[in-house]
Design a protein around this ligand. Structure first.
Ligand code: G6P
Length: 610
């Protein structure tokens, strides 16, 4: 979603801002813009719809310069994808603003500002920020005080950076609901919505907290809390790799990230899983004490992370003997739900910033959950900072919008959570050692599974001209079928639905014909025979099937069925192993269709507005 980069320096910051925007491209956007201030106060604003490169070309053509600047990639919410709606937005050629989030009361503000004589040149909610700050400055306030007063008038979410043409020595930033991170340089300082944007210039970061307003000059960073009191926020040294944005020789980030899975899963297990079980307190200091009391788990997430949660429910109930509910964050946050006794709230998120998941966590804190744990890929993110316990998935930066390695590391984390919670709830010796053994074998199994790529490339040819598809699975493979369908629709734009195959007769059978490929996930488990009956139901109605099956499952390819053998694996890790061929299938179908694999249309990597 929208991205922000800003800088206050002595040198020309154009390249820093544009490189920062390029590093945020993965989050999804539809237009981009930059506003630059020279020490003389000369303001240049350039905006373009389309890719950051088009903005970069326009900036180069204009030979634009500036030692203070703000830049933005916009993902349209209020107002269409046009240049006039792209950020930065200005007020009276003086105040320039970039903003992530939504100012919910913008219509009322707009009306009041119009009455005060302000003319709006865009359809956005963001422009109200620029005029509100300008109006406050007209009362004789400093930029800092003007922003502090302005934010009191906003309802909704914002991460915003404000610049004043009459004082190029500073920017003022404010955070509520949308993340902002200050990057500390030597004689220069930076601001961004995501540390990734600033890794070429610094590794030292201050993550702003909710309600913070900060003034940033070349030499100083002053942070004020929601009450306007000066506060010290911790400086964190980032260890994210600088070149995480490199495709490593692959055609797309998504392919690189699919192939990284054996390595990142190995990282996720390292120093956490011993020969015969978990190392103590891997979910955080004092975690085992909390986990020993857990009698119920409530999982909250969105998108792919939600599918990880759905899979975890099967494991937690089957092995760890604790009841578990899983819910989409946007539903959970707006309904009254019953809190079970000794219930642990678990949020899952690759970004740690998903607006609905964060709101759900905050709500859960008010309604009496015993404790909260987040399973997350971004250290220092909002979910990590606001949860009682945090477990980092260590997948490394994931750039492809369609989540792959973040998902499989989330699943790996959940198997470890199953061990940790199960230990106090009657997890059997046999199940415990089976999970431990399976986890130890997982990285090698994933490597073996990736080696079947060629068969899948060929298979993809048969999908590329289809408009619809159906994914089937049973038990803990049902969420994997859902994830397979999500991947295919996200990046190839083919309509894909997933069903628990026992539900076939209750609707989807009506759709079956030879134009609707049916993808079946079929490990060799106790539900195999049931699944085989479902396969026959599809065959009897002329359906064409693609079955990802364990070699011992005894499926044979024929006119109506293509069988792709997946390496045999232990039952607990089968959902993780079967995820990989489905990711590859989506990737190769998208490749043939020529879609934008890493940045699919209309989607964003980090959904920071609800
Ligand atoms: C977006 C991303 C998905 C992700 C979902 C939840 O839709 O494109 O890949 O699964 O958000 O994000 P989270 O960061 O909370 O896992």
């Amino acid at each position: 979603m929208c991205g922000i980069v800003g800088a206050v320096a002595e040198r020309n910051v154009v390249e820093i801002l544009l490189e920062g925007l390029k590093r945020l491209e993965y989050r999804g956007y539809d237009s981009a813009g930059v506003a630059l201030l020279q020490p003389s106060g000369e303001l240049t604003r350039i905006r373009r719809t389309g890719k950051v490169q088009e903005l970069a070309d326009a900036v180069a053509e204009d030979s634009a310069l500036g030692s203070t600047g703000i830049a933005h990639t916009r993902w349209a919410t209020h107002g269409g994808v046009t240049e006039r709606n792209a950020h930065p937005h200005c007020s009276s050629e003086r105040i320039s603003v970039v903003h992530n989030g939504i100012i919910e009361n913008y219509l009322a503000l707009r009306e009041a500002l119009t009455q005060q004589g302000y003319t709006f040149t865009s359809d956005t909610d963001t422009e109200t920020i620029a005029h509100t700050v300008h109006a406050e400055m007209q009362k004789g306030k400093s930029l800092l005080a003007a922003v502090q007063n302005s934010v009191k008038q906003f309802h909704g979410a914002y991460g915003t950076v404000v610049m004043d043409s009459e004082d190029p020595s500073r920017v003022v930033v404010a955070r509520s609901g949308s993340p902002l991170v200050i990057g500390l340089g030597l004689g220069e300082n930076f601001i961004a919505s995501d540390q990734m944007a600033l890794l070429p210039v610094t590794r030292r970061f201050i993550f702003l907290e909710e309600g913070d307003v900060a003034e940033i000059t070349r030499r100083e960073v002053s942070v004020y809390d929601a009450n306007g009191e000066p506060v010290k926020r911790e400086v964190i040294e980032s260890n994210i790799e600088h070149d995480a944005g490199d495709k490593g020789g692959c055609r797309h980030y998504m392919l690189k990230e699919i192939h990284e899975q054996p390595t990142v899963v190995r990282n996720a297990l390292q120093n956490r899983l011993g020969e015969s079980g978990l190392v103590a307190d891997i979910f955080g200091a004092g975690a085992d004490d909390i986990l020993s009391k857990v009698k119920h788990v409530q999982i909250i997430a969105c998108g792919t992370s939600y599918h990880a949660g759905m899979t975890a429910r099967y494991w937690l109930e089957q092995y760890a003997n604790v009841s578990c509910n899983v819910e989409i964050a946007s539903e959970f946050r707006y309904r009254k739900s019953v809190v079970h006794q000794n219930s642990l709230l678990v949020t899952i998120s690759q970004s740690g910033e998903t607006a609905d998941t964060l709101a759900a966590l905050r709500l859960a804190k008010e309604v009496g959950y015993m404790a909260s744990l987040t399973i997350c890929n971004v250290p220092g993110s909002s979910l990590v900072r606001e949860s009682d316990l945090a477990f980092m998935t260590r997948a490394g930066a994931e750039i492809g919008v369609a989540s792959t390695k973040a998902f499989t590391t989330q699943l790996t984390a959940f198997l470890m959570l199953t061990l940790a919670v199960g230990k106090y709830n009657g997890l059997s010796e046999a199940d415990s050692s089976s999970i431990v053994k399976a986890l130890h074998s997982l990285p090698a199994k994933l490597e073996e599974t990736l080696a079947i790529t060629q068969g899948i490339e060929d298979l993809a040819e048969e999908f590329a001209d289809k408009n619809h598809s159906l994914f089937l699975g049973r038990g803990d493979q049902y969420p994997i079928a859902m994830e397979g369908a999500l991947k295919l629709k996200e990046i190839s734009y083919i309509h894909a639905e997933a069903y628990a195959s026992g539900e076939l007769k209750h609707g989807p059978l009506a759709l079956i014909d030879d134009e609707m490929p049916v993808i079946v996930v079929a490990p060799n488990n106790e539900l195999l025979e049931k699944l085989k009956s479902n396969v026959e139901e599809v065959r009897a109605r002329g359906g064409i099937m693609y079955v990802f099956a364990d070699r011992d499952a005894r499926f044979a390819s024929d006119d109506t069925m293509r069988v792709i053998n997946v390496p045999h694996c232990e039952a607990p890790i089968a959902p993780i192993v079967y995820t990989l061929p489905l990711q590859l299938l989506s990737y190769y179908v998208a490749l043939i269709k020529g879609t934008d694999v890493d940045q699919p249309r209309n989607l964003a990597k980090s959904v920071t507005v609800e």
